[in-house]
Design a protein around this ligand. Structure first.
Ligand code: PMP
Length: 428
């Protein structure tokens, strides 16, 4: 009801043609036709501020990526069973951003494939099968990764070897030291595995805990947990699909913010700025047991066109100093968003690192009662104010503000003004 003819037509057609597990954003869907930098345009020519997409991380339709892909597509696109410089040049550049211990690169097309392989590698290396993830984690679409993705809900059974730890949420966890508390949670799950005859293989985590509600603070809280993982013979897989490639401003990788060295790093989304490319980077000694036993070939993974896109992205991040940009503009945005706490009691907490911010809405500040209904209404109001974002967290009450890194200081007013108007319009 209330949709114009074009939106109605496309919505109806989707319903008829596409698999039914696809979910559209917004009560009034958005029909996008063009993007540039941090902006998107719909079919009616209306302009939107994108505060959600980390795939187009260096900006929608960045000319450097278009040019790199175009050039390589004209010459050759093939697979990793032939020699080619692009994959080697990119691997050198990418590994140079990582701790020296991580010295091997492999490529796929999606974050799911990277995590799927990471789990297989962790199992081969440790001889165990048990994987610990956070309570609201999402790690992918495959059998193995959906089995460690509680975010998919009760319809998706977790693997019997999966164990969950509660989110390391400084706002809600009442503990003098979040790091100690979190390490205790990890140990508890390792002990539970042991009690059930499951050997521990590893801890798989997105170090900014995006789907758990964006939990960046305090920096370093992961250190004790990773010590516990290693002391129990497991490995740490850092899922960098969300915080990687300069997003958090404070470090190029999310794990580096915490001062920990993973055994395996997985990447995806922002790596190719929209070209499907993902990676698994690992310590050679961790990869060895898997590599010795099982060949790996991913038809599209690491192809020269994907590598050209990824190389262009890396170059732009360095040339445009996007990590530093994310740190500076992200801090300003965070400060402006925090001023809304003075005006609206329903804003319970605002937290973030660089251009990755969680804006938590509560019914009652004292009891921190999550207000999911309000968060969903705000998302719709923002959409009507031409600001596109969505929610995260176990209660679905945290606005996830994660714009392309092309987001500029002048966009802050648009976003904060729209949030202000939305909360006012909802009578807060
Ligand atoms: N890990 C994390 C943390 C993610 O956010 C996602 C995607 N939302 C994935 C893995 C899966 O990536 P893909 O959709 O590219 O398979």
């Amino acid at each position: 009801a209330g949709l114009d003819a074009n939106l109605r037509k496309l919505t109806d057609k989707r319903q008829k043609l596409l698999g039914e597990s696809y979910r559209l954003f917004y009560r009034k869907p958005v029909h996008l036709v063009r993007g540039e930098g941090q902006y998107l345009w719909d079919a009616a020519g209306e302009k939107y501020l994108d505060v959600y997409n980390n795939v187009a991380s260096i900006g929608h339709c960045h000319p450097a990526v278009i040019e790199a892909v175009h050039q390589q597509m004209q010459r050759l696109n093939t697979h990793t069973r032939y020699l080619h410089e692009a994959i080697l040049d990119y691997s050198e550049a990418l590994l140079a951003t990582m701790p020296a211990a991580i010295d091997r690169a492999m490529y796929m097309c999606t974050g799911s494939e990277a995590n799927d392989l990471a789990i297989r590698v962790a199992r081969a290396y440790s001889g165990g099968s048990g994987i610990i993830v956070s309570q609201e984690a999402y790690h992918g679409t495959s059998e193995l990764t959906s089995g460690v993705s509680p975010a998919l809900g009760s319809g998706q059974p977790l693997a019997a070897t999966t164990r969950l730890v509660p989110p390391p949420d400084r706002y809600r966890v009442n503990a003098p030291d979040l790091g100690t508390w979190f390490a205790t949670q990890i140990q508890r799950q390792i002990d539970d595995m042991q009690a059930h005859g499951i050997k521990f293989a590893g801890f798989l985590a997105d170090s900014i805990f995006s789907s758990d509600g964006v939990l960046p603070d305090p920096r370093g809280f992961l250190q004790q947990a990773i010590e516990v993982v290693h002391n129990n013979g497991g490995i740490f897989i850092a899922d960098e699909v969300q915080p990687g490639f300069g997003r958090t401003g404070e470090a190029f990788w999310g794990f580096a913010r915490h001062g920990v060295v993973p055994d395996i790093v997985t990447t995806g989304k922002p790596m190719g700025n929209g070209i499907p490319v993902s990676g698994l980077l690992a310590k050679s000694e961790v990869l060895a047991a898997f590599s010795d036993a099982i060949p790996y070939f991913n038809t599209f993974g690491g192809n020269p066109v994907s590598m050209a896109a990824a190389q262009a992205v890396l170059k732009v991040i360095h040339e445009e100093q996007l990590q530093e940009h994310s740190r500076v503009v992200g801090a300003k945005l965070l400060a402006e968003l925090k001023t809304l706490m003075d005006k609206y009691d329903c804003v319970g907490d605002v937290r973030g690192a660089g251009l990755f911010i969680g804006f938590e809405l509560v019914a009652d500040r004292e009891n921190k009662t999550p207000d999911k209904a309000l968060a969903l209404d705000v998302v719709e109001q923002l959409r009507d104010n031409h600001v596109l974002t969505s929610v995260a967290g176990p209660y679905g009450n945290v606005l996830k503000l994660r714009p392309p890194l092309a987001f500029q200081e002048q966009d802050i007013d648009w976003l904060v003004g729209a949030l202000d108007r939305s909360l006012a319009a909802l009578g807060r």
